[in-house]
Design a protein around this ligand. Structure first.
Ligand code: SF4
Length: 365
C-alpha cells in the first residue's frame, strides 16, 4: 500500500466513524480517568453490559482520588457481576499509585503509564492515544480481524506470536495526525461492519483498499488455530447455617475472583458424590462438621478457560470452630445482609433459590 492509498484509507475510515459511531458515554469526555475506566471495563466485556456499570462506578467514584481512597471491598462491590475482578483490583491499586507517585495526574507518557498495575499494551495504547493523542496504535480482537482482512495477514490471530505482527501492521496504518479518532474508528469498524461472520462489505468505507474483499477471500480471514475443548469441573458448595446465620468466606486477594466472598466448597473428587464433597470441603476449608439438610439447586457458569457445574447444598452446623484453610476471612451473616458483600456471578445465580429456601425454612434454634 503506497502513501496515497494509506491516506485515502485513513480519510475514509475517519469520515465513516465521525458519521456512524455509536454515542457511548466515554466518547463524551476527555477525562483520562474516565477513558481509562471505560477501556478497563470493556476488556472481555460487551459494550451494552459495560454502560450501566460505567455510570454506577462513576457515581460512586467520580474521580481518581476518590477511587484511590476507597476500601477494596467497596470497589469490588461496584464491579460485582462484571467478572475478571483482577481488573478492578489493579485499577484500584493503579489509582493509588497515581495519587502517591504522580500527584493524582494520570501519566501521559508510555513508560510511566505502562508501569501502573494492570496496564498492558492495549490499555496503554488506547488511553494514551484517546486521552492524550499520543501516536500509539491499538490492537484488540476487532483490530486484528480488520487488519487480517485488509492486508491478508496469514498469522493466526489466536496465537501469542501474532501480536507483534498485528502491532506492526497497526502502527504502519495509524494516522499519526489523529491517533485518537483513527484508533476508535478501526475498533468501531470491527465492531459494527467487519464482523466475524457476514461482514457488511457492501457498506464498508475501506472496501476499495481491502485485499480480502478485492480477492474474494473475506471468509478465509482471519486465520485461527484450533483450540482445545474447554475443561469442565464439578463443584460442590455448602451454605452452612447456624441458627439464623450463614457462613460466607472471602477468597485471598489475588488470583481468580480474588477478594470476593463466597460459600465454602470445592471440586468433587473421583468416586465421591457431590454431597460427600460438600461435607469434606467444608471440613477442610473452614474446619466445621456439618450435615446436609437439603439440596438447593444446580447452576452452570462459564469462565474464560473452563466451565463449572455447581451443586449447592443447605447444610446445618454440627460442631467445630471456624479455622480458615484457603480463605482469608469469614462472616456469619443473615440473609438480608448478603447484598453488602461482593459475590462472584456464579454465586448470584443461586441466590434467588437460597433466599426462597431461607424464607420457607423454620429457623434452627
Ligand atoms: Fe472487512 Fe469487508 Fe470492509 Fe474488508 S471490505 S474491511 S472484509 S467489512
Amino acid at each position: 500500500m503506497n502513501k496515497q492509498e494509506k491516506e485515502e484509507l485513513q480519510k475514509r475510515l475517519i469520515r465513516w466513524y465521525l458519521e456512524k459511531r455509536r454515542p457511548l458515554p466515554w466518547r463524551e469526555t476527555s477525562d483520562p480517568y474516565r477513558i481509562w475506566l471505560s477501556e478497563v471495563m470493556l476488556q472481555q466485556t460487551q459494550v451494552n453490559t459495560v454502560i450501566p456499570y460505567y455510570h454506577r462506578f462513576l457515581k460512586k467514584f467520580p474521580d481518581l482520588q476518590l477511587l484511590a481512597q476507597a476500601d477494596q471491598q467497596k470497589v469490588l462491590k461496584m464491579w460485582e457481576g462484571l467478572g475478571y475482578y483482577a481488573r478492578a483490583r489493579n485499577l484500584h491499586k493503579a489509582a493509588q499509585t497515581v495519587v502517591m507517585e504522580h500527584q493524582g495526574e494520570v501519566p501521559s507518557n508510555w513508560e510511566a503509564f505502562k508501569k501502573l498495575p494492570g496496564v498492558g499494551d492495549y490499555i496503554a495504547a488506547a488511553v494514551l492515544s484517546i486521552a492524550f493523542h499520543r501516536p500509539c496504535a491499538v490492537v484488540d480482537g476487532n483490530v486484528k480481524r480488520v487488519l487480517a482482512r485488509l492486508r491478508l495477514l496469514r498469522e493466526p490471530v489466536n496465537t501469542s506470536s501474532a501480536h507483534k505482527i498485528f502491532k506492526a501492521a497497526a502502527e504502519k496504518l495509524l494516522d499519526r495526525d489523529d491517533p485518537a479518532t483513527f484508533n476508535q474508528a478501526i475498533m468501531e469498524l470491527g465492531a459494527l461492519v467487519c464482523a466475524p461472520r457476514k461482514p457488511d462489505c457492501v457498506n464498508c468505507p475501506v472496501r476499495p483498499g481491502c485485499r480480502a474483499y478485492q480477492t474474494g477471500n473475506v471468509d478465509a480471514y482471519p486465520k485461527r488455530i484450533a483450540t482445545r475443548a474447554v475443561p469442565q469441573y464439578h463443584i460442590a458448595v455448602g451454605v452452612v447455617c447456624k441458627k439464623d446465620r450463614m457462613l460466607i468466606t472471602r477468597r485471598k486477594p489475588e488470583g481468580l475472583l480474588g477478594g470476593l466472598w463466597e460459600f465454602p466448597g470445592g471440586k468433587v473428587a473421583k468416586k465421591e458424590s457431590p454431597q460427600q464433597a460438600c461435607i469434606r470441603e467444608i471440613a477442610e476449608e473452614v474446619n466445621l462438621k456439618v450435615v446436609v439438610d437439603a439440596y438447593l439447586t444446580r447452576v452452570r457458569h462459564v469462565y474464560t478457560h473452563f466451565k463449572i457445574v455447581m451443586d449447592i447444598y443447605c447444610c446445618r452446623y454440627v460442631s467445630g470452630r471456624v479455622r480458615l484453610n484457603g480463605p482469608v476471612d469469614h462472616r456469619w451473616i443473615r440473609i438480608n445482609e448478603i447484598d453488602r458483600f461482593a459475590f462472584p456471578k456464579a454465586n448470584h445465580k443461586f441466590l434467588p433459590a437460597l433466599r426462597q429456601w431461607e424464607a420457607e425454612r423454620k429457623p434452627i434454634v
